[in-house]
Design a binder for this molecule. Structure first.
Ligand code: 5GP
Ligand code: ZN
Length: 113
């Protein structure tokens, strides 16, 4: 999708601070970080969001979580981090290409805002 921001970032057409890449996902620093670690894990396949995900997307959704766990280990934030899908506009989803937030490196409160 040429008009999708995260497709363009994953393909290197739009600049970002990349932190990890493999054949399935691209990971980059969030431009507006909410914690010392705030990166976005995006599938290279365009999926609009969790709401639109299909059974065939189950593997990539699980894989995104494992990529987050590996990055958390590498960054030594395993004492506490969050992996978050914002789903739909009321939850704050603003980019409609599936992305998993990995947020950590500080104490976090519950319930979230
Ligand atoms: P959402 O609100 O959809 O769950 O998350 C979208 C995230 O993408 C936000 O945290 C926002 O800061 C980030 N973001 C939006 N535009 C850009 C961009 O152009 N570059 C980067 N690196 N992050 C972006
Ligand atoms: Zn896309």
């Amino acid at each position: 999708m040429s008009d999708c921001l995260f497709c363009n970032i994953a393909q290197g057409k739009t600049k970002s601070r990349g932190v990890y890449e493999d054949e399935k996902v691209f990971v980059f620093e969030d431009v507006n970080p909410q914690a010392p670690t705030h990166v976005l894990i995006v599938p290279k396949k365009h999926i609009r969001g969790l709401r639109e995900a299909q059974t065939e997307d189950a593997e990539i959704i699980g894989y995104m979580q494992l990529v987050a766990a590996n990055l958390a280990r590498e960054r030594s934030i395993e004492d506490g981090y969050r992996t978050v899908f914002n789903v739909g506009p009321l939850a704050g989803q603003s980019v409609f290409h599936l992305h998993l937030h990995l947020i950590g490196g500080r104490r976090m409160t519950w319930p979230p805002g």
